[in-house]
Design a binder for this molecule. Structure first.
Ligand SMILES: [Zn+2]
Length: 74
């Protein structure tokens, strides 16, 4: 493997890890507990902005289970 293949694999791994951590959803509710009222928009961390620049996402936090998640804009 040459260095560029390794860096592409590294980036792909980061994005997949991010998608597993910040579970993306299209609905206006928490993907973990289904809460639709106690969710609030939070600023996206810089690394989310850098890695998800190709996706029109908004970052939210659920205050019922305190987990962050991403919402993909329609
Ligand atoms: Zn929740």
């Amino acid at each position: 493997m040459n260095p560029s293949t390794i860096s592409v694999l590294f980036l792909a791994g980061l994005v997949i890890g991010l998608l597993l951590f910040y579970r993306p959803t299209r609905r206006h509710q928490c993907p973990y507990c289904g809460e639709a009222v106690s969710i609030d928009r939070i600023a996206r961390p810089l690394w989310v902005k850098m890695l998800m620049f190709f996706l029109p996402t908004k970052s939210f936090k659920c205050f019922a289970c305190m987990k962050p998640f991403l919402m993909i804009k329609k």
